[in-house]
Design a binder for this molecule. Structure first.
Ligand SMILES: Cc1cc2nc3c(=O)[nH]c(=O)nc-3n(C[C@H](O)[C@H](O)[C@H](O)COP(=O)(O)OP(=O)(O)OC[C@H]3O[C@@H](n4cnc5c(N)ncnc54)[C@H](O)[C@@H]3O)c2cc1C
Length: 377
């Protein structure tokens, strides 16, 4: 293979370009914006930065957050210490850092929109706003708003969430998460450098209704909209069947990150999976074994995320013992240090969903065990 085009320069594309260029391939990365403030919390879990230390060991400004408050309207807030902190970046700065690494590895970066790609000989002709180029292989990293029909995952209804929010000129040291009875989604307030990111993601409601929920919450918290900037985007949130049918690769192309739908349907975490899928995909490209991609994704993390898409329905939508699941969770947090430890590991990404049932069985006793089993299995 001589020349690879990486379509999209978010975390997935930038890391794929870095890895392929480091291995000596001729790599061109095409992004219509290059580094930009993509609507995103910008939160990276311990799982992400412990596995990819360059995500924390760098000069890029970041917040290190050690406390979160989980709340519902009826229970109020309960504090959870993040024993393995979450780090939060501005996406402009995170993307810039990753793109610089790709460039330093030898990838050529071009700021242009990819309009379409078509077969040419054994490879592709890539048409951009700046012209055309022939390449042997395409890495599809165009994110959740991928407009290229031939490649990447096509969303069925119910496979995405709306996510919207405000960058608010205010300051706090902790994260807030608010849940609602019967609503598949949540509100977050993330501290970032110089401002807060207050947002909501959810399924089954219009953007207008989500925005109204968020604004009501912000008003109650005293977060003013004065000087705030609105943002909105799409978040992949695959339903259970889609984990088997999402288009992740084909002849001379492979999709990474959001373009393949690789986001945790419960938490909305996508940054780790963007980098991880780029790592797996590029390893297979370099070994000439891309047919194994789906199987590798499954054993690495998509079996876990498939289970998460089933758990999400139960966690967010069902009621239990005359209350919603989030209400019961918050009551548990107040009473069981062992349950808090499990939640801490879920937040850090060191507890996966597949082993959760066994952990609950090991760690909790009596009624706690029974109830937690019902909630999480
Ligand atoms: C509101 C919100 C909050 C989130 N919060 C978090 C969080 O706190 N933590 C977390 O882990 N995840 C979070 N996510 C998910 C995370 O943002 C994504 O999973 C992550 O950005 C995926 O990276 P990516 O490289 O696959 O795609 P993206 O980051 O979306 O990058 C895609 C790139 O492709 C470019 N592009 C697209 N089409 C074209 C084209 N035709 N031509 C040229 N360029 C193109 C775009 O300009 C963009 O730069 C959040 C998402 C949303 C919407």
């Amino acid at each position: 293979m001589k020349r690879v085009a990486v379509l999209g320069g978010g975390p997935a594309g930038a890391y794929a370009a870095e890895k392929l260029a480091t291995a000596g391939l001729d790599v061109v990365l095409l992004d219509e914006k290059l580094a930009w403030e993509k609507p995103c919390g910008g939160g990276l879990t311990y799982k992400a930065y412990s596995q990819y230390p360059f995500l924390i060991d760098n000069d890029t400004p970041k917040r290190i957050v050690t406390q979160t408050y989980l709340s519902t309207a009826s229970t109020g807030a309960a504090k959870l210490a993040l024993t393995k902190p979450l780090i939060i970046y501005s996406r402009m700065e995170l993307n810039q850092m990753l793109l610089r690494r790709a460039e330093a590895a030898g990838a050529q970066l071009e700021k242009t929109r990819v309009l379409e790609i078509g077969r040419k000989g054994h490879g592709w002709s890539v048409k951009t706003r700046a012209g055309k180029m022939d390449v042997d292989y395409c890495v599809v990293a165009t994110g959740a708003r991928n407009t290229l029909r031939e490649v990447g995952t096509q969303w069925a209804s119910g496979d995405t969430m709306i996510a919207l929010g405000y960058f608010v000129p205010s300051e706090q040291a902790h994260i807030d998460l608010e849940f609602f009875a019967g609503f598949e989604g949540y509100i977050w307030v993330f501290p970032r450098n110089g401002h807060l990111s207050a947002g909501i993601c959810g399924k089954g409601e219009s953007a207008q209704s989500l925005r109204a929920r968020l604004e009501l919450y912000m008003a109650k918290k005293g977060l003013s909209l004065a000087g705030a900037t609105f943002y909105g985007h799409v978040l992949p949130s695959l339903q259970k069947p889609a984990w088997k049918t999402n288009r992740v690769s084909g002849d001379k192309w492979i999709a990474v990150g959001d373009a393949a739908g690789l986001v945790d349907p419960i938490t909305g975490e996508g940054l780790y999976y963007a980098v991880r899928s780029a790592d797996i995909a590029t390893g297979l490209i370099l070994a000439g074994q891309t047919v194994d991609y789906r199987a590798r994704l499954r054993s690495d993390f998509t079996d876990d995320l498939e289970l998460a898409s089933r758990l999400a329905k139960r966690l967010f939508r069902e009621s239990f013992l005359c209350g919603s699941v989030p209400e019961r969770m918050i009551q548990f947090m107040r009473r069981s240090p062992a349950f808090c430890e499990i939640l801490q590991d879920l937040f850090a990404g060191t507890q996966n969903y597949l082993d959760l049932k066994a952990r609950l069985k090991r760690s909790l006793r009596g009624t706690f065990q029974e109830v937690a089993f019902h909630l999480f299995s």
